[in-house]
Design a protein around this ligand. Structure first.
Ligand SMILES: [Zn+2]
Length: 268
């Protein structure tokens, strides 16, 4: 009963005809629940359609921070119109990305300002609709995007639950997010040999405070690093984390899945 709490099944790296097989391979690897996230208005309908077709798949709708420059100002209103659908389980992927350079015609300052504006609008939408939010942060070095996103979360935390996905911050950051009522989630990075701090954080947190994810098609776990990732690989990540936590795979799968069920709407 594993749950892949974060994947992108509508990515151009997966062809439409493959999705059935990808979900089947995930099921064979013990994955009973998958959450596919939209990143812009262009892939919103595809995500809704995949989730409507496969009962084990739910979707979150949002504008990824790397896509805010071509999202129209009214993007949030378009998303709002779909939130009542039964296959929608949350808002996202939103967040702050200070890693990628600003697109042509944008200064870094303006691009980041628009990202923060969109993140705040996603939080407000989540408040309105009683849905949880999935947050991406990424930095070239340090934790500036994580800290800025945390500042915004603090403002909304009494009304919204957020997960900071693909978490690579410190234990103190994780504990602050959890104290606010949020979650973190760990993916393939926790299996990388050069990311032992991430594994240490994942090992130190209590069950109920984190989920696991593939972020497929990106971030394949060790020893598949560099290849196209897919939801079945959550088994590799779960095995690695369970072992380092001294838990059986069954115990690990059971508490991370329960955490996902408690977080997302209608995951059941
Ligand atoms: Zn993602």
């Amino acid at each position: 009963m594993l749950t892949d709490s974060h994947c992108h099944l509508a990515s151009h790296k997966f062809t439409a005809s493959e999705i059935g097989n990808i979900v089947t391979r995930a099921r064979e690897a013990g994955v009973t629940r998958l959450v596919t996230l939209a990143t812009c208005l262009d892939d919103l309908h595809r995500n809704l359609e995949i989730a409507a077709t496969h009962p084990e798949v739910k979707t979150c709708l949002g504008i990824h921070p790397c896509d805010v420059h071509h999202a129209p100002d009214g993007a949030i209103d378009v998303i709002r119109d779909h939130l009542h659908k039964p296959q929608v389980c949350g808002i996202g992927e939103t967040g702050l990305d200070y890693y990628h350079p600003a697109p042509e015609g944008w200064t870094e300052e303006n691009f980041r300002k628009r990202q923060r504006k969109f993140l705040d609008a996603h939080f407000t939408l989540a408040e309105e609709s009683s849905l949880p939010v999935v947050i991406h942060t990424r930095d070239r070095s340090g934790h500036a995007s994580l800290l800025d996103a945390l500042d915004l979360y603090r403002v909304h935390a009494r009304k919204v639950r957020a997960v900071f996905h693909c978490f690579i911050g410190t234990r103190e950051h994780a504990e602050e997010i959890i104290a606010l009522g949020g979650l973190v989630s760990f993916g393939g990075v926790a299996t990388f040999k050069n990311a032992s701090e991430v594994l240490e954080v994942a090992t130190s947190l209590p069950s109920g405070s984190f989920m696991v994810e593939t972020d497929s098609p990106y971030l394949a776990p060790h020893p598949h690093r560099g290849t196209r990732n897919e939801p079945a690989m959550i088994a590799v990540i779960a095995n690695h984390l369970a072992q380092s936590r001294g838990e059986s795979l069954q115990q690990f799968s059971s508490h991370t899945t329960q955490t996902a069920i408690d977080f997302f709407r209608g995951l059941r």
